[in-house]
Design a protein around this ligand. Structure first.
Ligand SMILES: CC(=O)Nc1ccn([C@H]2C[C@H](O)[C@@H](CO)O2)c(=O)n1
Length: 106
C-alpha cells in the first residue's frame, strides 16, 4: 500500500501566503493529488527545498479547469484572472485538477 505523502512544495513567492494562513487551498494535477485528509505535511519551497511550515490536509476534491471560480481564487489568495493562467502555465495539457484544502499548523 502507498504511504501518504509527508511533503508538499510551493513556489517560493507563494510560501509567505501559506505560512500566514491566508492561502488555504492549492490546485494541483493528478500526480500531486495523493494527499490524505487528516495527515500533516511539511511545506518546502520548490526552488531551494527550504522548510517553511506544516499544514494539515483537510480534503482533496476533483475539479475541472472550467469550474475554478472566484471562491477558489479567494482561497488561493490570487485573483481569478491571474490564477487560471498560472494553472494553465504550470499544467498546459490538463483539464482535471484537485483542490487540496489545508489548515496551517500553529
Ligand atoms: C511542481 C509544481 O507544480 N508545483 C506547484 C504547483 C502549483 N503551485 C501553486 C500555484 C497556485 O497557487 C496553485 C495552483 O496550482 O498552486 C505551486 O505553488 N507549486
Amino acid at each position: 500500500m502507498n504511504q501518504a505523502p509527508t511533503k508538499i512544495t510551493f513556489f517560493e513567492w507563494l510560501t509567505p501566503l501559506v505560512a500566514s494562513g491566508k492561502k488555504t487551498i492549492t490546485i494541483r494535477d493528478e500526480s500531486e493529488s495523493h494527499y490524505v485528509p487528516g495527515t500533516r505535511v511539511d511545506v518546502h519551497t520548490l526552488e531551494k527545498d527550504k522548510y517553511v511550515c506544516q499544514i494539515d490536509i483537510v480534503s482533496v476534491e476533483k475539479i475541472g479547469f472550467d469550474d475554478i471560480n472566484e471562491e477558489h481564487a479567494a482561497q488561493e489568495f490570487i485573483p481569478l484572472e491571474e490564477l487560471k493562467p498560472l494553472i494553465r502555465e504550470i499544467y498546459p495539457n490538463d483539464e482535471d485538477f484537485y483542490v487540496i484544502t489545508y489548515t496551517l499548523v500553529a
